[in-house]
Design a protein around this ligand. Structure first.
Ligand code: PMT
Length: 312
């Protein structure tokens, strides 16, 4: 067995399944089976950061940066593009539709009338639009949440495997911020680490790169898009290309921490020139989100992929 195989298999042997795993996998499986019968496209969108617990009874954990904006906004645009969406997200990170209300108090949006409560006049139009969209698309949206890295990887593996039934109708959009380091369960203390023990030194192990088994074993016929997050612009294109060369999936979307809402770089497997998506100031001012353009671009690429693979 190759070292890489050993690593990812060992990860799942050493880290147990999350709570409610079987129920969630059943829901995922039902979505995939129904979509396969009706020949509908399904997008798995991963979103939010993964935590790495320091204790089994977790008081403290290390987190990966992500608010869930990319994933939750993209989910809305994939729904509008006709996809069934499985939204695998960090618990309490941004979610499709409700994200638009985050940071505002619901109590400031409602008015008390003698016999009932209503949405205040100045919020009516926005709430109507959001509620209509939510109600229109909610039957096409399955939301599954995770907290830890291990929970995320278990659910990612299971979802990808269930999506195999869809062949090239499946699209995986890996926007979650996934930790590269963790503490194996066997090396994790059971109880809260005591400060009376003095300064804390941590030794973190490398997380096996799950893109490798994902592409070759779990979802070999799906159209797979991963994100590459960098902070140094000079590295972005090279790192995105390296990822594609290493894992042989379909598209890597490079983004920089501070410009991720206005600029991304798409690198594809056919080695054609990288494609930039950049929002202009006027687009930004008019409320256009970069995710609408990313999804529009990927839909065309997925159409082509499907056209080339559906008879295979
Ligand atoms: O949510 P927002 O605030 O809007 O932020 C969005 C985002 C910046 C988090 C998002 O656009 C993004 O870039 N997500 C990917 C972040 C990330 O994990 O990048 P990476 O370079 O560490 O990993 C690259 C790829 O390897 C990812 O597809 C990841 O799923 C995969 N990976 C990572 C670790 C691991 N152990 N196994 C993996 O397969």
């Amino acid at each position: 067995m190759a070292q890489d195989d050993l690593n990812w298999k060992t990860f799942f042997e050493e880290n147990s399944k999350p709570n409610h795993f079987d129920e969630n996998v059943k829901l995922i499986s039902e979505v995939c089976q129904q979509a396969a019968i009706k020949k509908l496209r399904v997008a798995l969108i991963t979103s939010g950061g993964t935590t790495v617990p320091l204790e089994k009874n977790t008081v403290r954990f290390i987190d990966n940066f992500s608010a869930g904006t990319r994933g939750s906004a993209s989910a809305e645009y994939f729904l509008e593009a006709g996809y069934q969406v499985i939204f695998l997200h960090r618990s309490k990170s941004l979610e499709p539709y409700s994200r638009h209300l985050v940071g505002r108090s619901i109590f400031d949006m409602i008015e008390i009338c003698p016999e009932n409560i209503i949405v205040g006049e100045k919020h009516q139009a926005e709430m109507r639009k959001l509620t209509e969209k939510y109600q229109h698309y909610k039957s096409n949206l399955l939301m599954i949440s995770f907290n830890s890295l291990s929970d995320y990887l278990w659910l990612l593996q299971a979802t990808a495997q269930k999506m195999q039934i869809l062949g090239p109708l499946a699209l995986l959009y890996l926007a979650a911020a996934v930790s590269d380091f963790y503490i194996p369960a066997s090396q994790m203390p059971c109880h809260k680490i005591q400060s009376s023990g003095g300064p804390l030194s941590l030794s973190l192990q490398l997380v096996p790169k799950m893109l490798a088994p994902l592409v070759t074993l779990w979802a070999p016929n799906a159209f797979i898009v991963s994100f590459k997050l960098e902070t140094n612009e000079a590295l972005l294109e090279t790192k995105a290309k390296e990822s594609l060369e290493k894992y042989h999936h379909h598209v890597v979307i490079g983004n920089l921490l501070h410009s991720r809402k206005v600029y991304v770089l798409l690198v594809d497997r056919n080695n054609s020139a990288p494609e930039e998506i950049r929002l202009s100031d006027s687009e930004l001012e008019s409320g256009i989100e970069i995710e609408s353009k990313i999804v529009e671009n990927l839909k065309i690429r997925h159409d082509n992929y499907y056209a080339n693979h559906k008879t295979g």
